[in-house]
Design a binder for this molecule. Structure first.
Ligand SMILES: Cc1cc2nc3c(=O)[nH]c(=O)nc-3n(C[C@H](O)[C@H](O)[C@H](O)COP(=O)(O)OP(=O)(O)OC[C@H]3O[C@@H](n4cnc5c(N)ncnc54)[C@H](O)[C@@H]3O)c2cc1C
Ligand code: FES
Length: 256
């Protein structure tokens, strides 16, 4: 884990409220970033709101370039979207417990909601086999990065709440047929979606790796603001830090 004053190379609208920011961050990129790692960004010019904001690493390009895809949801991300190339932001990372990549004949099935397709892109990029992206959104305008996955040979299945693209309903509706052991299931999306996945996977004894999103302060394990319940191995539960033991947890470990 390192901190670096990383320079913005570009910061452009991807689609709807989603933006892609590209940083030159050679020190952090040298740290072997894996899918599921996140960075804690001090958004330049947002000094009165002192907390850093956590963002998953979307992509690593060359030996010194790191990309994040983010949605504007509040003051921090709105200000982030106004930053121009040349501005520097202090970045802390890579942080957290990452996903493990597929091995041998495992076929990855990535179940994505919200920014999930960005957070899991490095799985697709580093997978030994092409897989399937199950992607859900409120409507077709919020579906992001589909072409990037297609270019990696992934099949795409879509669900939207309003039926404007693909299946009308929840992305987890598309999961049933992949709850088999030849597939390796991954998830990232809003927590209610993650907990639906936990129920589906655990009731069928299928393994999965899920990234849980929780508001964070320190991002490095010191403040315990980011805890979620995990199984304690004795039939009960204990707290675990999303920033340190997570954000990626085995679905079998998550306590509901
Ligand atoms: C490990 C991790 C990885 C993340 N990766 C990404 C990513 O790749 N792309 C991306 O767009 N976002 C990601 N997020 C969420 C992102 O950190 C928040 O959207 C951001 O901090 C909001 O900042 P803000 O100042 O704009 O919003 P605020 O003004 O702080 O909040 C605005 C609204 O967003 C809600 N909100 C704030 N933080 C979160 C959160 N963590 N989860 C859910 N709702 C929240 C608030 O409750 C409020 O309703 C990630 C979060 C975590 C914990
Ligand atoms: S954010 Fe401080 S312990 Fe996780």
């Amino acid at each position: 884990m390192l901190t670096e004053n990383a320079e913005i190379i570009s910061n452009t609208k991807l689609k709807d409220e989603y933006y892609k920011v590209t940083f030159r961050a050679s020190d952090i990129v040298s740290e072997n970033i894996l899918a599921g790692h996140f960075v804690h960004v001090k958004i330049s010019g947002l000094e009165e709101k002192i907390l850093r904001r956590p963002f998953s690493v979307f992509n690593v390009v060359k030996s010194d370039v790191l990309e994040i895809v983010y949605k504007v949801v509040g003051a921090g991300t709105k200000h982030f979207s106004s930053l121009e190339p040349g501005v520097k932001c202090n970045i802390l990372g890579p942080l957290g417990n990452p996903y493990t990549y597929p091995v041998n004949s495992e076929i990855p099935v990535l179940v994505a909601g919200g920014y999930g397709s960005a957070a899991m892109y490095l799985i697709a990029k580093n997978s030994c086999n092409p897989g399937i992206l199950l992607i859900g959104a409120r409507n077709s305008k919020e579906l992001i990065l589909i072409e990037e996955y297609r270019q990696l040979g992934f099949k795409i299945k879509i669900a939207t709440d309003d039926g404007s693209s693909g299946h009308k309903g929840l992305v987890t509706d598309l999961m049933e047929k992949y709850c088999k052991n030849q597939y390796k299931i991954y998830g990232c999306g809003p927590n209610p979606m993650m907990y639906t996945m936990v129920r589906m996977l655990n009731s069928r004894s299928v393994a999965g790796e899920l990234s849980l999103d929780h508001a964070m302060c320190c991002g490095v394990g010191g403040c315990y603001t980011c805890v979620v319940k995990v199984k304690d191995g004795r039939g009960g539960w204990k707290y675990s830090r999303t920033c340190k033991e997570g954000p990626v947890f085995k679905s079998s470990e998550i306590y509901i």
